[in-house]
Design a protein around this ligand. Structure first.
Ligand SMILES: [Zn+2]
Ligand SMILES: [Zn+2]
Length: 405
């Protein structure tokens, strides 16, 4: 028995990691925490959901992996097998372990491919249209692959920052299904604002424009994803969730489900869904509006999964039969080269911002103002397009998605 001045607890020094001098804290017979740095300025941690990522029984004791950047792995040596069993059992009972969240978007790849093929057949056989263009679909698929690769290479930066901030959380939320649901809904709101900023600030648009660069609208368009998302720093929008106590792995998981949901809405095969569904959920109809370049549809329907955010924040526009969506960008890029698709807007943006004769304020405006902004005209970008449209069609003045002139 080893006594340690830890409030209300007796520290039984049963397991020692030679390097880190670690002990487990027991209150009576119950495991309540972990102490490291014995004999010096020790650090005590309570066992809470989120402390331990994983543990493994070894010949000589137990190895613990902590969700923590200072102590990644602790090897606990234990000679007494009975004691080891007791500790292992307690660790299991304490529900400390973070569920092994599946990598949903990667797992879904076979389903993506199958659904794309089904859509292709439906369009050709039953609708008699060519909804696909081979080189366009090939580019979309390559963009999807590049997105996964860039996520693997650079994703750890964002994840590292969030994991570090998780140490400063105000509460600790578990992994019960209802917390997963709450996390999903808050994260969907986070997605709405990310997406809205992505369309209204060129710095983020430079990354998001990729998703809009196809002039087709089919399931393969859903996979046309950015390679440079990490560089915009928009992962900071996830910080509130981390500080509320949602584990970064849980946040990544619900984000994956959200992207998964958004796959099936990239199609023209489905018209409108039942009214109640269109009222609450993002649907093919709502998202067609988002991808359209028709003046009334620009800067509308930013939702991920729930369309309620657009209805709440005034960005909702209904798809009209009399105004069929035309897809792509206001100025199409005319290339299928994946690398050019991935970086064209970054290049254009820095060219604009560094052109001669601009004031520092104008240079910053080229980086952070809405896409299409320029220093010569007073009304620019989507606002100019909408106003011009209303001038030509005065009867449309003040209709959803259009200004009143
Ligand atoms: Zn968008
Ligand atoms: Zn989309």
């Amino acid at each position: 028995m080893y006594n340690l001045d830890y409030p209300g607890a007796t520290c039984q020094k049963v397991l020692v990691d030679d390097e880190r001098n670690t002990a487990l804290i027991f209150q009576k017979d119950t495991l309540i925490g972990l102490v490291t740095g014995l004999g010096q300025n020790y650090i005590a941690r309570e066992f809470k959901p989120g402390l331990v990522r994983q543990f493994e029984e070894t010949q000589s004791g137990i190895d613990l992996w902590l969700n923590d950047f200072t102590l990644k792995r602790i090897k606990l040596t234990m000679d007494d097998p009975e004691q080891k069993n007791a500790v292992v059992q307690q660790l299991r009972l304490m529900d400390l372990i973070i569920p092994n969240f599946p990598a949903v978007t990667q797992l879904a790849i076979p389903a993506f491919i199958t659904l794309i093929l089904i859509e292709l057949v439906v369009l050709k056989r039953f609708k008699n249209v060519e909804g696909f263009e081979t080189r366009d679909t090939a580019t979309s698929l390559l963009m999807g692959v590049g997105n996964v690769v860039s996520g693997l290479i650079f994703g750890f930066v964002a994840f590292g920052v969030l994991s570090w901030l998780y140490e400063f959380r105000l509460f600790t939320v578990g992994f019960e299904w209802y917390w997963i649901a709450v996390c999903f809904i808050i994260d969907d709101l986070r997605y709405y604002w990310y997406h809205r900023i992505a369309h209204r600030c060129r710095w983020v648009w430079a990354e998001h424009v990729i998703h809009h660069s196809s002039q087709h609208y089919n399931l393969s368009t859903a996979l046309r994803q950015s390679w440079t998302g990490v560089f915009t720093g928009m992962f900071v929008l996830r910080i509130p969730l981390v500080l509320l106590g949602f584990h970064p792995l849980l946040i990544v998981f619900v984000g994956g489900i959200n992207l998964l949901y958004q796959f099936w809405i990239h199609t023209e095969v489905i018209g409108k869904m039942p009214k109640w569904f269109e009222a609450v959920m993002n649907t093919p109809s709502h998202h067609r509006v988002h991808h359209a370049t028709n003046p009334r549809y620009l800067d509308a329907n930013y939702a991920g999964t729930l369309i309620i955010w657009d209805r709440m924040f005034g960005t909702f526009v209904e798809e009209l039969e009399r105004d069929c969506p035309r897809y792509g960008l206001v100025k199409n890029i005319g290339t299928f080269n994946p690398l050019r698709v991935a970086i064209h807007e970054w290049v254009e943006m820095f060219k604009d911002a560094s052109s001669p004769g601009l004031t520092p304020k104008q240079r910053l405006a080229y980086l952070f103002n809405p896409p299409g902004w320029n220093h010569k005209e007073e009304v620019t970008g989507s606002q100019a397009i909408k106003e011009n449209f209303v001038r030509r069609n005065p009867e449309e003045s003040g209709n959803p998605g259009l200004p009143k002139i």
